[in-house]
Design a protein around this ligand. Sequence first.
Ligand SMILES: [Zn+2]
Length: 159
Amino acid sequence: MVKETELRHLRRCVELAAEALENGDKPFGSVLVAADGTALAEDRNRVAGGDQTRHPEFALARWAAANMTPEERAGATVYTSGEHCPMCAAAHAWVGLGRIVYASSSEQLMSWLAELRAPEAPVRPLPIQEVAPGIVVEGPVPELAEQVRALHRRFYAPR
Ligand SMILES: [Zn+2]
């Protein structure tokens, strides 16, 4: 169950995704939250510079590895506007982070991108649990997923 206090973190993820869009990056945003509910770090997609690995979930996994103990990482939750891609799901699991809560799923993203005739991704959109079966995953959250969908529409079909 996604609690009301957690929706605040997810809303921040959507804000970060909007900020990415405004800067020419793909609309994705994520927040890393400690076991006690404190937001520790946040990031947004930064692929516009040409490095397609600059996903926020990947950046947060590396931040967690550098700044948190294994126990702290295991108790932490990563909130994200869109479900982790396989690269980010693997990074999340490799650094031993805990739960993931997403506003929209990879399955939703794939159907939206198909509708928008976006170029096909070079990586298969496997669900997180196909990549990292030990991770507890929650989502999507319908009202926020609609907002994320609108951001992708603006990215691929600005008019
Ligand atoms: Zn990713």
